[in-house]
Ligand binder design. Structure first.
Ligand code: AMP
Ligand code: ZN
Length: 206
């Protein structure tokens, strides 16, 4: 069979992994990886895209080119790749334009989209696309698993243990708490206004 008619994706080493069909919304990241309007970096191993619905001022996704469905499919053979994804994400945040921002690097315990993706997100959570408690809590509770923690777990145990669906639901339903000062907020609009005041505080301090 010629390479061009092989099903699935192919990485540089010639390994193949079946990619799911791109038609379903949950597979949208597969087409996004090819979208020049979203793509900010690409090499033989990874692609970095801008998140189409950013939940902060700066929000990128780092995706491997080989198809890995999610965290549960990882084993120790993926350590180097995950370290590289982290490195690439880190490099992007080192650009001068981001020098005033802190970034979080991690994975959602229960992602909505197929194909493993590392979130690289500025921790201002200031964005029109951040609309719900679920959006906010998905990045500020244990629903967000730090990239280094995933790598360490793979090194130490050969797998990543993710919280159960019930635990994830609990994380997402937790009260809205400002991640900077710990103050509890009653609504998303109040939280967003409060978060903006922290940013304004930073600007005043400069
Ligand atoms: P997760 O909950 O970890 O699966 O997050 C998926 C991320 O992908 C979210 O932050 C979405 O805003 C983002 N997203 C969804 N659809 C697309 C798309 N077509 N292109 C780029 N990013 C997307
Ligand atoms: Zn606060």
């Amino acid at each position: 069979m010629s390479k061009s008619v092989k099903r699935g994706s192919e990485d540089v080493s010639g390994n193949t992994a079946k990619k799911p069909c791109t038609g379903h919304w949950a597979n949208g990241l597969l087409s996004a990886m090819e979208d020049p309007n979203l793509r900010v970096y690409g090499d033989e191993q990874v692609v970095v895209i801008k998140d189409k619905y950013p939940k902060a001022q700066f929000h990128f996704l780092v995706l491997p080119k080989i198809h890995i469905p999610n965290l549960k499919k990882l084993d120790e053979s993926h350590v180097r790749l995950l370290e590289y994804m982290q490195e690439v994400g880190h490099k992007i945040t080192q650009k001068k334009q981001f020098s005033d921002h802190n970034f979080r690097f991690g994975y959602h315990a229960e992602p909505s989209m197929n194909h493993l993706h590392l979130h690289v997100i500025s921790d201002d959570f200031c964005s029109d696309s951040l609309k719900t408690k679920k959006h906010y809590n998905s990045f500020t509770t244990d629903h967000f698993i730090d990239s280094q923690k995933v790598i360490d777990s793979l090194k130490n145990t050969g797998k990543v243990t993710v919280p159960s669906r019930e635990e994830c639901e609990k994380f997402l339903k937790q009260p809205l708490v400002c991640f900077k000062c710990g103050e509890e907020m009653t609504t998303m609009p109040k939280l967003k206004l409060h978060l903006k005041s922290h940013i304004a505080g930073t600007w005043l301090a400069v």
